[in-house]
Every structure is written in C-alpha cells, then in structure tokens.
Design a protein around this ligand. Structure first.
Ligand code: ADP
Ligand code: LRH
Length: 469
C-alpha cells in the first residue's frame, strides 16, 4: 500500500488529496481545498502563486503520513527565474490580454502550418510561446522558464526540470522528436537557455527538505494529462473523453500525433500524455462561462439551484458559439451572451434559468462539434464518451452532452486529475500498475460512474446550423 498526496491546482480551485493505492484499492480523501483565480493588479491579471504554494504546503502537512507527493496544475503558465534561482516577477494568468495580436505577428515569421508540423498544438492566444514572445524585451534577465508545477517542485526540492506532459502544451516542444523545439524558439526570439531539462512523468524529482525529506514525484503535471490517466475506459472501447472543469478538453487518446491539414483546420491539439500517448483534443471554453456568469450575478453559491431551474427551461431556445474569443477574458458573460444571440438572429434568453440553460446547451453543442471533429479527423469511431472533472456533477450538462453527441456518456470520476496524479505516483513508488489499462481498471473497480443515455429529444443538428450554417 502507498499513501501519497496529490496536489491538483485548477484555475478555479486547488486541492490536496490524500490517496491510498494497493491491490484492488484506490481511495482518495480531500484534505484541503482553496479558491484560485486571476488577481487583477494594475494592468495585469496574475496568479497568486505564493498563496498557492502556501496552501500546498499546508495541505501536505495536514495529510499526515505520506510516501510521496506530486503536483499537477493548469497548463501553459510559468515563472521566470534569474541565474540565482530567484523568481523574476509574478506569474501572469493566461487570460491576461498581453498576447493580443501576438499569434498574428508570430505567424508572419513562422507559418501556422510549420508551427503545427513541429509542435502539433492548437492555436490558442495564450500558448506559452506567445506569452514569452509578448515579454521578449524582459527575457534577457531570465535564465530559466518553469511551468507552474515545475516551479513549485523547484521550491520544494531545489531541482530544475520540465515534466513532459506540461512541456507539450507550450508550443515550444517538438511532439515527434519529444524534445524542446530549440531552433523554433530561437526563430521567434525566445532564448533556448530558458528551456530546462525534460523529465518523464513517473520520475522522482527529489526530496522536499521542508516536508521531512518526502519524495516529490513528477506526475502527469498537466492536470488534463492526469485526468486522462483516470478515465475509466474499458479494454478495447472506442472511447472519447471530455475533461470538464474551467475548460472542457474534448478528444481522443492516440498512439501518435495527428498533424494532417484536417487536424490543423479543425484546430486540434496534440498534447503529450502519460506513457507516451497523445491527447488529441480541442480546448472548448468550458464551465468558465457559467462560473463567470454566477460571479457577475454575485451568487456562486446558487449553482445547484440554478441548474435545477435550467433543467426545466426549454432546451435549445438560444445557443451561442461558446468558443468565440469574446468569452475568453473575465467579465460580464450575460451581456456577451445577449450580444452573441442577437448577432445570430436569435432572441436572447430572458431570466437567469434561461441564461444558464443557454450556456449549458451551448457547451454541449461545442462538445458535439469537438467529438465529431475528433472522430472524423482521426478516422476512429466514438461509441462512448467519458466525462470527468467537476462538470461530471452537472447532470444537465452530462445529459445534454449525451443528447448532443448521440452516444452514452459515462460521468465520473469528478476528481479525475487528482486520481491520475495519485496513480502515477503510486506506480513510481513501486505499486504494481504496469500500464494505463491497469490504472483504469482500478478506477473502474473503485469509483462511482453514472451513465446517461442519449434521449434524442431535441434537434441538435438544427441548433448547430443556427450558428455555423
Ligand atoms: P478546475 O479544475 O478547472 O478548477 P473543476 O474540475 O474543479 O475545475 O470543476 C469546477 C466546475 O465544476 C465548476 O465551475 C462548476 O461548474 C462545476 N461544479 C462544481 N460543483 C458542482 C455542483 N455541485 N453541481 C454542478 N456543478 C458543479
Ligand atoms: C485545464 C487546462 C487546459 C489548458 C488550460 C490552460 O485546467 O490545463 O488543459 O489548455 O488549462
């Protein structure tokens, strides 16, 4: 038996989970949860990185006796260190507008086709490459760039490195060579010296002196990589997954990157998964739009009641393209929804239940677009969708996704990222979990999963046609 702490830092909350793993055993208990989110200060939107570090340490100390710890977090964001190892400035949130116009300026130097050929990444304005280009003038003072989990691991152990699954989200990683794309970095003005040595998920990074010498394990440090480890897919299943939290990451697990023109046109990403797999997926805007809406209304605690009311509102009365760039920055989402409905000739939702229904329907519609595109571009059928993450608690979203996609949805586990983190640590520390199939079998055996059958009760193709003809 191994007992480990998984630190899972999402964009909306962080948690420390104590997990136990042994033959036929996988249990996880939440020890500490703390809010996360962008902090606006002056012209910038930051993360409270020191607060997250403090909460991480407190949670691990509360967890009791442990064999190891592992940290995963949202992707793409980073801290820069000077040559002494001191942090240069506070990490900036990926929703900060500093990359406005940067993808276009980079495309003028390196074509999107070439960028995709090397890195396989979806063009998103906040990819690490674009963020670093936006602060090119300040990079002279930096000697290392560390993604968030690598930064926290460095503070814990003093060891510098870049775990591969998260490195693969930077757009500075050569997805086929499995190495940093140093010549691409140089061409866009990013000094390759910033890119630290790569390490595989499942390696021991070092020991945390502050925590009595506990081993720190590099897990799938991208939260989505850890979540996909814990997708409870059965052997031989033609499955897709949707990891739904702040974002919905919707796609397939592939053995090799898919870099075709169709994949580029569909704006699909090829991120590196645990055990050399590829996460072929699209970033769908996710439950962010719903949580920002509740923030605008100052009633985050009303989510369950509003979802219940939305379930009684008519389906597909109004839908928007939830992936439109207008929904990326923080702000007044209800106003943006109204504008998007008007722009497509639809009557905007009126009343809170109708607004929430519009968001959930629009998200399910985007899930449908992403899953259909993943199947079409990869040539692989999808017979079942595993929906994991906080969104698995949202019954309306699970049912709507099954309806929109026309296949059953298996919802859960809710804390998939933490469980994937626990499993990869347990294996690194000696538990007998030879491959992803063994880890997933253990998740299936031990975690609650709910099944939603497609009901065929609404015309999702017609709703899609309202948006994209
Ligand atoms: P992240 O890891 O990106 O911070 P999570 O996986 O924790 O996100 O998911 C957070 C989302 O889960 C919330 O935005 C909310 O929409 C959804 N959620 C949380 N609790 C509930 C609940 N009781 N009912 C329905 N949805 C919920
Ligand atoms: C989800 C996530 C996603 C990234 C985004 C920045 O938490 O890691 O996979 O694209 O955050």
């Amino acid at each position: 038996m191994k007992r480990v702490a998984a630190v899972d830092l999402g964009a909306s909350s962080g948690r420390v989970v104590a997990g136990s793993v042994g033959p036929g055993v996988l249990s996880a208990e939440e020890v500490r949860r703390f809010p996360n989110g962008g902090v606006r200060a002056g012209p910038s939107l930051y993360w409270d990185i020191l607060g997250l570090y403090r909460e991480t340490l407190a949670g691990i100390r509360e967890a009791g006796r442990l064999d190891g710890i592992g940290i995963d977090s949202w992707a793409v964001d980073y801290g820069l260190l000077d040559e002494r190892g001191a942090l240069l400035g506070n990490p900036v949130c990926y929703r900060d507008p500093r990359t406005d116009g940067v993808p276009e300026s980079v495309s003028a130097r390196v074509s999107d086709r070439e960028l995709y050929d090397v890195t396989g990444l979806q063009r998103l304005p906040f990819n690490t490459l674009y963020q670093l280009v936006s602060e090119r003038g300040r990079l002279d003072a930096a000697s290392t760039m560390l993604l968030i989990p690598d930064l926290l691991n460095y503070w814990l152990t003093g060891t510098i490195g870049a775990e591969r699954t998260n490195a693969s989200t930077t757009q500075l990683y050569d997805v086929r060579a499995r190495a940093w794309a140093t010549s691409l970095a140089s061409r866009v003005g990013i000094p390759p010296r910033l890119l630290p040595p790569l390490r595989d998920p499942g390696t021991v990074v070092g020991t945390a002196a502050e925590l009595g010498g506990l081993p720190v394990v590099a897990v799938g440090s991208h939260d989505t990589a850890s979540a996909v480890v814990a997708v409870p897919a059965g052997p031989g299943a033609n499955f897709a997954y949707i990891s739904t939290g702040t974002w919905s990451l919707a796609g397939l697990e592939l053995p090799a990157p898919e870099l075709s023109d169709e994949a580029l046109a569909a704006n699909f990403t090829n991120e590196g998964g645990v055990d050399g797999t590829i996460r072929f997926l699209r970033n769908v805007m996710g439950l962010w739009v719903l949580s920002e809406t509740l923030r605008t209304w100052s009633c985050p605690q009303d989510l369950p009641a509003l979802l219940a009311a939305a379930a009684s509102a008519p389906a597909l009365a109004a839908v928007v393209d939830i992936d439109a760039p207008a929904f990326l920055p923080p702000g007044d989402m209800p106003a943006r929804l109204v504008a998007a409905c008007r722009a497509t000739g639809q009557r905007p939702p009126s009343g809170r239940a109708a607004v929430v229904r519009c968001i959930v329907d629009s998200l399910a519609l985007a899930h449908r677009r992403a899953i259909q595109a993943a199947a079409r571009v990869s040539g692989r059928p999808v017979d079942v969708i595993h929906l994991v993450g906080g969104g698995a608690r949202n019954e309306l979203l699970c049912q709507s996704t099954a309806d929109a996609c026309g296949v059953p949805v298996l919802a859960g586990p809710v804390e998939a990222a933490a469980l994937g983190n626990v499993l990869v640590q347990a294996r690194a520390l000696g538990e007998d979990l030879p491959d992803l199939a063994a880890m997933r079998a253990l998740v299936r055996q031990t975690q609650e999963i709910r099944r939603y059958e497609p009901s065929g009760s609404a015309d999702w193709a017609a709703a899609e046609a309202r948006l994209h003809g």
